[in-house]
Design a protein around this ligand. Structure first.
Ligand SMILES: [Fe+2]
Length: 260
């Protein structure tokens, strides 16, 4: 599979480059996704190695990382947005792109199934139920590898004054405060609906809530080491309830760091 992987990497970088544009904002969006693809691929390999997967499975994790956001490029070129709600689900779109590629025919049906499942489920609210443990494992790996890098991507835009400089495609609403409903759910450790995001504060709460969906200690430790949690908490409009939610979250983070 080594040689196939080489061809896949070459195809992917040529493909991403074919979306380069003279329009500064378009180019910024494409560059962000190109860099993200690189980091998520590396994260996937490292996480697979941490989990002591064999060579073949580590290569599968690499392929999933490499292609997980392939739909982003067609999404942006058709709809001029990275917002799935305003266009179509970028994971499902990515599968359509993949199905047009010949080199996936060189992979076994079982492996192709696994790749499809992981990519399809990388961005869904929850992983769709299945009895197939391997599918769940690879979906968990890509979700962790992806989240870890999204924290890196969003880091520069945390402070309110920088939020206003955010490119349009990831921009939040200007108000800093958190909606009361989001505070309530955060304190209760419940999930929120992304579609109900109204303010920058809401967006930050959602990013903290992602931590409840981190699967492996490897990922959580990296998130802690890189200071992503502290940076978001520092940028959060604080009150007694929010502080309670943060305490609950810290407890969860400690627990995950101590597992596996
Ligand atoms: Fe994605």
């Amino acid at each position: 599979m080594k040689e196939l992987l080489k061809r896949m990497h070459k195809w992917m970088s040529d493909y991403m480059r074919s979306f380069y544009s003279d329009d500064e904002e378009v180019q910024l969006g494409i560059t962000i996704k190109e860099t993200h693809t690189g980091y998520v691929t590396t994260n996937s390999i490292e996480l697979a190695k941490f989990l002591k997967l064999n060579e073949h499975d580590t290569e599968l994790a690499e392929i999933i990382g490499l292609f997980h956001d392939v739909g982003r490029f067609r999404q942006y070129s058709i709809y001029k947005t990275f917002n799935d709600a305003d266009s179509e689900d970028h994971a499902d779109l990515g599968l359509k792109v993949i199905d047009e590629l010949d080199f996936f025919k060189e992979i076994s049906d079982a492996d192709n199934d696994l790749i499809h499942f992981a990519i399809k489920n990388h961005n869904k609210k929850i992983i769709e139920p299945t009895d197939d443990e391997r599918k769940i494992l690879f979906a968990k790996i890509i979700r962790d590898a992806d989240k870890l890098d999204i924290y890196r991507v969003l880091q520069p835009y945390l402070a309110q004054e920088n939020a206003d400089k955010m490119p349009k495609f990831i921009k939040g609403k200007e108000r800093a405060e958190i909606s009361p409903d989001f505070v309530k759910k955060f304190v209760a450790g419940e999930q929120v609906d992304y579609r109900e995001i109204r303010t920058n504060g809401d967006r930050k709460i959602v990013r903290l809530m992602w931590l409840y969906d981190v699967n492996f200690s490897w990922t959580m430790k990296k998130i802690v080491e890189r200071g992503y949690i502290e940076q978001i908490v520092d940028a959060l409009p604080m009150n007694e309830d929010v502080a309670k939610g943060v305490e609950r979250l810290r407890e969860h983070v400690r627990n995950i760091c101590e597992t596996n």
